[in-house]
Design a protein. Structure first.
Length: 116
């Protein structure tokens, strides 16, 4: 199910272009247009799930699939060996700007021990 006003749903449908890193029937990974590091990839389910609070039995397969493929996506992005940070923001206070569940793969430089 897609939401008409969701930018990530529009990217999935091909209405907005993206630089794809990985895609299969359930997930899409693409380069962030405002990267915070040399490598910044967003991984999204092809089902509209607002945030982690909306993960339920009926859609958990997308999250399971994302985590089963994170290593493959990190390898395609070139950070599998050197390391990367995986971030998922939930809600406005956490900094979630797009209300479609997504994971950030960030790397390509030494990030250090702090989250921010």
């Amino acid at each position: 199910m897609f939401k008409d006003d969701c930018i990530f749903c529009k990217i999935i449908k091909g209405e907005i272009p993206s630089t794809k890193v990985y895609e299969d029937e359930d997930i899409l990974a693409f380069k962030d247009i405002n990267p915070v590091a040399p490598v910044h990839v967003l991984v999204i389910p092809k089902e509209h799930i607002k945030d982690t609070n909306e993960i339920v039995e009926e859609n958990i397969k997308y999250i399971d699939h994302i985590f089963k493929n994170i290593g493959k996506i990190a390898k395609a992005a070139g950070v599998y060996e050197s390391g990367y940070r995986l971030i998922c923001n939930c809600g406005e206070d956490a900094g979630q700007q797009v209300k479609h569940l997504h994971f950030h793969i960030i790397g390509g430089k030494v990030l250090g021990p702090k989250v921010l």
